[in-house]
Design a protein around this ligand. Structure first.
Ligand SMILES: Nc1ncnc2c1ncn2[C@@H]1O[C@H](COP(=O)(O)OP(=O)(O)O)[C@@H](O)[C@H]1O
Ligand SMILES: [Mg+2]
Length: 215
């Protein structure tokens, strides 16, 4: 038995948390309780790494150190939580995964893309999501919407950085069009309809059928 692995990607304030919550609720109504995790984080070790990575008080972290910290959190989460859940046939929803590292550390920080790919491959052990939904947003709108309690260390990056991240997601989707789907900005309900349209067939392959109200 093998579950379904769906990841949500996109800039800050794009609506990842909002849409994941809706999908988790729809899955619950469909009788398929999902495992919902976030990156960095999702485990006690991962949440501690998250504090280091996102706390503005930490100031500059070198791009390479940042890459490895994200990778460390991902390696731990993948082995401790995601793989066991998938092996048990469950649906796993993850708020950011390896594509975030490609977009932020690869395109945003401009680390060597092939090196970033190899680090991701090592951290995930080659695990790929069945579906990755990229919620597109203009970074000027997104970052403003995101920062409850003040901007975190990544949100404080320049507009040019966030534009490179956005372009990075477009490149990722172009390279793997079957797995990675970009949803254009719209109202929360418009985005939700698109999320259901993309997720339903993937979930159905694993025998999970979203109810009518999910659509
Ligand atoms: N499609 C949308 N249009 C406008 N605002 C939205 C939309 N989706 C979410 N929001 C709002 O934007 C803010 C950030 O949403 P959130 O889901 O936390 O984004 P993310 O997790 O991607 O950072 C929240 O206040 C949320 O209510
Ligand atoms: Mg969020």
């Amino acid at each position: 038995m093998s579950g379904v692995f769906i990841t949500f990607e996109g800039g800050d304030g794009a609506g990842k948390t909002t849409q994941m919550r809706r999908l988790a609720d729809a899955l619950k109504r469909a009788g398929a309780d999902a495992v919902v995790v976030r990156e960095p984080g999702g485990t006690p070790v991962g949440e501690a790494i998250r504090g280091v990575l996102l706390g503005p008080e930490h100031g500059r972290i070198t791009p390479l150190a940042e890459l490895f910290l994200f990778a460390a959190s991902r390696a731990h989460l993948t082995e401790e939580v995601i793989r066991p859940a998938l092996a048990a046939g469950r649906v796993v929803l993850c708020d950011r995964y390896a594509d975030s590292t490609t977009a932020y550390q690869g395109y945003g920080r401009e680390l060597d893309l092939d090196f970033v790919r190899r680090v991701n491959e090592a951290a995930t052990g080659g695990l790929k999501p069945d579906l990755t939904i990229v919620l597109d947003v203009d970074p000027r709108e997104g970052v403003a919407a995101a920062s409850e309690g003040g901007p975190d260390r990544m949100e404080r990056e320049s507009a040019a950085f966030h534009e490179r991240v956005r372009a990075g997601y477009a490149a990722i989707a172009a390279a793997e069009p079957d797995r990675v789907r970009i949803v254009p900005r719209g109202s929360e309900d418009e985005v939700w309809r698109e999320v259901v349209r993309l997720a339903a067939p993937v979930l159905e392959r694993a025998g999970v059928r979203l109810g009518e109200e999910g659509a």
